[in-house]
Design a protein around this ligand. Structure first.
Ligand code: 5GP
Length: 187
């Protein structure tokens, strides 16, 4: 049966790349687009990578109960719009959320049937190298994200499964198999 899968893991572990590859190869899966108050990075498209919103708009949506979960991560707000997730699940489409630890905990509380997957780096050093090397964030932001990463790594026991992100294709195949989907998309 189609269901809800949450992918979490420290910033820099490669969640976005994994999810992007899943999107490309599995049109039968729907990936939620989060709302965020963070500034777009170069190349990020509104409505595709995120819904980029002002803090005021975010607060209004939160008060109106539009979010399935929300969290502050390294100084910015992030949330999963509830309605689209519920509609896709009701239509029998498998749904994936790529969210932080706080968000994953909220989903666990509200939707205990969701499968929680933790994406771990091959080593702590590889995570530090990736986060510092990608050049998309200022050094103090990298530090905040590394602090958050320590907390996230310590919480991996709360997840149903840990997957080490050593090879992109393997990780996508393992995720697809965890979701109970057939190996090749019929789409
Ligand atoms: P980034 O700024 O690097 O795109 O994302 C920062 C963190 O926020 C990542 O851990 C990402 O998974 C998480 N995130 C993205 N969207 C959401 C969301 O809708 N809810 C929550 N709780 N976290 C999110």
């Amino acid at each position: 049966m189609a269901g809800l899968t949450v992918v979490s893991g420290p910033s820099g572990v490669g969640k976005s790349t994994l999810i992007q590859r899943l999107r490309q190869t599995r049109p039968d899966v729907w990936v939620s687009v989060s709302a965020t108050t963070r500034e777009p990075r170069a190349g990020e498209v509104d409505g595709e990578h995120y819904h980029f919103v002002t803090p005021e708009a975010f607060e209004q949506m939160r008060e109106a109960g539009e979010f399935l979960e929300y969290a502050n991560f390294a100084g910015n707000w992030y949330a999963t719009p509830r309605r689209a997730v519920e509609e896709h699940l009701a239509a029998g489409t498998p749904v994936v959320l790529e969210i932080d630890l706080e968000g994953a905990r909220q989903v666990r509380t509200h939707m205990p049937q969701a499968q929680l997957v933790f994406l771990a780096p091959p080593s702590w050093e590889s995570l530090v190298a990736r986060l510092s090397g990608r050049g998309t964030e200022a050094p103090e932001i990298v530090d905040r994200r590394l602090q958050a990463a320590r907390t996230e790594m310590a919480a991996q026991g709360e997840f149903d499964v840990t997957m080490v992100n050593d090879s992109l294709d393997d990780a996508v195949a393992r995720l697809v198999s965890l979701m109970g989907l057939p190996e090749a998309s019929s789409a």
